[in-house]
Design a protein around this ligand. Structure first.
Ligand SMILES: Cc1cc2nc3c(=O)[nH]c(=O)nc-3n(C[C@H](O)[C@H](O)[C@H](O)COP(=O)(O)O)c2cc1C
Length: 188
């Protein structure tokens, strides 16, 4: 059986820690990761985490430039299980919602939707304007999952890292990744 493959997109919303944590956990799970980060995503990873492009790319098995529109993940014939955009900016959300495929990240998302594979967008913006809300609705109507990484306070996270890790575990669970360990509410 082929090793499972997941495409990870990192765009320029704040919260690049989600993408980094996701790549680390997918590696632990033995999933083959294919990374495409936008220039704003790379900028934010450096600003927020002190990671340069090389350090970010070292977390993935395969790495593509955002302009590399002829890459394998631009075609539905290249078999992948799912794609997660972590974090997903409102610009990237808009491009996906309208099928623009204006770079490799949005093309890979377009392919994921057309092949009826799972697409999760860890969208991050607040407050939301009507364009943001409509674009999230459009992606939902196409079968994508809008997953804003909102912390569950009932688990009483003590650090930002804990809150980030918990959101990522829930994403892994939605993807059906074997080692996902989201905290389960046992009732009061
Ligand atoms: C430090 C920083 C934080 C940002 N945070 C957000 C955000 O949370 N959500 C968002 O939609 N855009 C945010 N932006 C703006 C995007 O980076 C910008 O719209 C960019 O064009 C997105 O391009 P991309 O979708 O190709 O990554 C932020 C920009 C910077 C520099």
């Amino acid at each position: 059986m082929n090793r499972s493959r997941i495409v990870v997109g990192i765009s320029g919303a704040t919260g690049t820690a989600y993408g980094v944590r996701l790549l680390q956990r997918l590696r632990e799970a033995g999933v083959e990761t294919h990374l495409v980060a936008t220039p704003a995503g790379v900028l934010n990873a450096h600003h927020e985490l002190g990671l340069d492009r090389k350090a970010l790319e070292a977390l993935a098995d395969k790495v593509y430039a955002v302009g590399e529109i002829g890459a394998a993940i631009a075609s539905g014939s290249f078999d992948t299980q799912a794609m997660v955009v972590a974090p997903c900016s409102m610009r990237t959300l808009a491009a996906i919602a309208h099928g623009l495929s204006d770079n490799l990240l949005t093309r890979a998302a377009d392919v994921t939707l057309k092949e009826r594979r799972r697409l999760l967008l860890m969208v991050r913006e607040t407050p939301l304007n009507l364009a943001h809300l409509r674009n999230m609705t459009a992606v939902t109507e196409m079968g994508g999952v809008i997953f804003p990484p909102l912390p569950a306070f009932y688990h009483r996270p003590q650090t930002l890292d804990e809150a980030v890790a918990e959101s990522v575990e829930r994403v892994l669970a939605l993807l059906g990744v074997g080692n996902a360990s989201p905290r389960v509410w046992q009732g009061l």
